[in-house]
Structures are given as C-alpha cells and as structure tokens.
Design a protein around this ligand. Sequence first.
Ligand code: WT7
Length: 599
Amino acid sequence: MNALWVAPVMPDYESARATFSWRRERSRLAGLPDGGINIGYEAVDRHLREGHGDRVALRCVGRDGSVAAMTFARLAAGSSRFAHVLETLGLERGERVFTLLGRRFELYSTVLGTLRAGRVLCPLFTAFGPEPVALRMELGNARALVTTRELYERKVAPVRPRLPHLRHVLLLDPGADPPPGTLSFPALTDAAPDEYTVQPTDPAEPALLHFTSGTTGTPKGAVHVHEAVLAHHVTAAYALDLHEGDVFWCTADPGWVTGMSYGIIAPLTHGVTTVVDEGDFAPARWYGILADQHVTVWYTAPTALRMLMRAAPRDGSAPTARHDLSSLRFVASVGEPLNPEAVHWGREALGLPVHDTWWQTETGAIMIANFAADPVRPGSMGRPLPGVEAAVLACGEDGRAAVTSGHVQILQEPGAQGELALRSGWPSMFRGYLHEPQRYEACFADGWYLTGDLVSRDADGWYWFVGRADDVIKSAGHLIGPFEVESALMEHPAVAEAGVIGRPDELAGTIVKAFVLPRPEYPPDPQLRRDVLAFARRRLGPAVAPREIEFVEDLPHTRSGKVMRRLLRARELGLPEGDVSTLEAPEPAGTARPSGKEP
Ligand code: WT7
C-alpha cells in the first residue's frame, strides 16, 4: 500500500460527500499489527516501516534564523527514548504527561513518545501565568511535566505545592545547579534506548487532553482518543489540500488544539515536511520563512493575517515583490471569523485566496471548510466536510438550541440563524470532559453535538458565523473563560467583584475587558487600575489577563446572583439591552424594571 496517501481530487463536492464513509477511510491508516490504532505509530513508525525514514519530518527555524532538519528516523529514535524514560519513571498507561513548551524538536519527541507509550499528553500554552498552569495540572492530575528551566521557575515552582500528583519535572536545560525536585531531560533521554515498540492500543483509548474554556466553572478538559488520527489525516487532505512532497507550516501555538492536530499530528501522518518556527511573529520573519522554506501549504489565523495586512509597505507593493512566494499553493485560516477583506488581501498580496476552516477543541479536527476544489466564499466558514453532517438548530430564549421532549428543531430556510450542531460520530469527537460527565452530556441533544456557535446557512449550504451563543471570549484565536479571569481579579484585595467581557478590537478580533467594582476603602484611581492590571497579568499571563479595566459603582446581576455579562456587553457596544427579565435590580437608573422583583 502507498504510505503517502494522495488526496482524491474532488471535482464535485456533493459526490465526494455521497461516497464518503469513515469506515472505508480507515484503510488510509497503517494500523497496528493487531488491528489497533496509535497516533504515534501513524505519525512516525509507519514511515519507517514503509522505507521513508530518511525523509525530513521537521525543519526547525531558530530565533537566529538558523535551520535544522530532523528525519522521520531521528524523530522515531527521539520519541522512543522518551517512551522508555516514561516507563523507567514508572508512569502507568493512561497517566498524563504535560508539556509547557514552545515549538522545538523536544516537544515533538515528547508528544510522540508519550502517545507511542500509551500515556496521555496534555499541552499547555507558554503564555499562561502560574494560575492557569496550576489549575490545569491539578484538574488533569499531571504526573509528569516537560518544560524549560525558565518556564519552570517562573510558572511552576511557585505553585508546585498545589501539585502533589506531579511526580516528575523534566527540564530541557537544567543547567549545572538544577532547581530542587527536577530531572534532566537530556540526561534521561541520552541514557535510554532509541528503539521502542508501540504497545497494542485500542482505537478508543485516551491519547490527548486539551483544556478549553467555558462560561462558568473550571476549564473543561476535553478527552480525545487514538482513532482521532483518522480525522486528522483525512481532513488535512480534504480541507488543507495536503499532498505528498508538501512543505507545511501551521503557525498555531502547540499549547492549543490546532498546534497539536495540525501542527504535529496531521502533517506527520502524511509524511510531509513540517516547518517548526521557534521565533515570534514578525511580518518580515514570516514572509522570510514562507519564501526560504518553500512552504507550499500554510495554515494560520485571522489575527496573524490582519497583522500582516497592517504591516503592508506604504508604497503599496505586494510582499511577493520582495519575497519569492511562488512555492505557496494553499492558504487556510482558523480560530476566529475571517473577514472577507483578509480573503481578498490574500488574493492580492499572496496571489491566493485564504480558505476559512471551522472547528473546535471538542471536534478535534476541521469540520467545515472552504474546500480546495471549490471557489472560496469570502466571509463564509465553508461547507461540512465529507463524513460530517451539520445543521442549524432553532434556539430558545437563552440563545441556545431549544430541546423539547428530547427533540431539537432543524431550521431549513436559508439565512435562518440558530445554533450550529453536528451529528455525533466522527473519529476525533471528544469522548468526555474530565471529571464532568454532566457537562459532557449537556453538549448533546437528539443525536446532535451542540457547538455553542450561532450561524446561518445559505441556500447553497455554505455556513456563516454569527457569534458565540455563550459568554466565552475569543481573543487572537484563543478561547478565554470569563469566569477564570473574574476569579483571578477577585483575589486582589481591592476587588469586590468583577464582570469580564470581550470588546471588539481591530487586530485581535476581541480583547478581554473587565468591569471592576472596587471595595469602598480603595479609591478607583489610575494607580489602582495599573495595580490590578499588573496583578492579573502576573497570575494569568499575557494570553488571558484583561487588557482593559473599567471601574464601576455597581454590576448588574441576575436574580440568581450571577453577573450579567450579556448586559455589560450590550452597554459596552451600545446595543439594545434585550431581555433583562432575569435582572436583579435596575441599574443604572432608567433601565427596565425586572418583573416581580421588589426593590
Ligand atoms: C471556537 C473554537 C478551531 C480550532 C482552534 C480553536 C471559533 C473557530 C472559526 C471560524 C469563526 C471560529 C468558534 C468556535 N472559531 N473557527 N472559522 N470562524 N469562528 O478551537 O479554542 O475550541 O475555539 O472558535 O467560536 O466555537 P477552540
């Protein structure tokens, strides 16, 4: 069998959908000798087995511009060493290994070694502060952590007493005087054998844990299983047009699901070369990578595209005038709404339209996309992939899909707005929220998975994003739970209460804004604002902390005592305040009086 599956040409969207079956697609995977499925095996072992160990798996561009390559054979050896280390350290199957790492080779050997050994991997975002890091490691019962000395000292050491389950901390760069309670990643891996046989793995065995944010409560740990790799592999062909010989660059951070599904797993299963950029965003650097690495398929995000648009030279010349982007064949975007302007800009500046794709942490892989074979509809998320059934569901008063006696109502008319739902049953569907079966159950009704996104569908079946049905904030492509931010703010002695919303921003799409009710003894002056902002940033990290704080004299509450973020948002945006019947008290004076509530 050919190891490197070439995506079928899709002349016709409808017939591709009509003939698709996940069961048949399973033959695209190599599969374990005993019929099982292991993501790590699909990503590295299969290429060795099929004689392609000398192909370049990763090409790493350092901060200084230096380039280093790693073949599939070396990646297999590195991940084998890490798999042995986990066994030597006594980690049991199913126990969790966390990473707090940027993009670098060791991240890949850690992820793949963990998966090949049947342990579960959970990536964390390096721009998280100590609080989000500790909370996620507590919830996920982290047994081992791989990170750098600098990140450990800043973000983990201060919260380590909260993490009694964390037995092993492996530092990539421990130095001559390693911090107490840490181990040396290089010393352990250097001493380990470089061959490892992937253990039998049930397709439904947990492989990955990805934390995502909800409206209330703790972050949700979405559990994904090994057979998800089938969806990673197939969707990368259909939605990202990945072919043999491609050079693929996914700019997402490895701390989030995109960085895992498409930054690591999908391209490796296809045997293509993945560009690993150790550096930070900078327009010239990014164009340089696209040109110098001959990137053919590029998967990025609207915020990055907007920043590139803004950085356009004043003389109006296209980046193609200064950088040879002739290798680039396909550009796709994900994570937040892609403005039509960005699609048009792509055509002019890169010579290619930008293909929007839609999915979530919970779906594990792309579900809706502007296909390679289809013309792009600027502003639309695209159409459901083969194997994916989507629908728009009628919503109730709470703005979520209405479920009446166990049934939902599918809206058929074009343009009707409702909650986006997906028919359960694709391989990369999450299998649970860690420790929260009820929260998981609440995501499903009548055989549909309810996404929490509001959309409409046009007469031709293209989907259009309208907004979130909940209070979760999407900033620069990252989901932020308002409750997590409010909780951290309220740890500050001056903060009596806080309500957190997303405020539209030209670059980031949305930024986090906090309304803060100060305690009476603290005057709400600029000094206090700076102090609270700095406090939040220290605890939460730059990715999660509010960018803006407004002191208020009162916060609107529901009768059950929750801060009404919907109302805060409506006021901020100057929108009608809508239904305030659950409001606790009219505030400020002049707004509608809630029915039945005595002052
Ligand atoms: C939420 C999921 C997609 C993987 C990375 C983020 C929003 C995602 C789009 C898009 C408009 C989008 C939705 C979704 N979103 N893609 N193409 N257009 N909004 O995964 O962190 O779980 O976020 O991101 O609101 O529900 P996530």
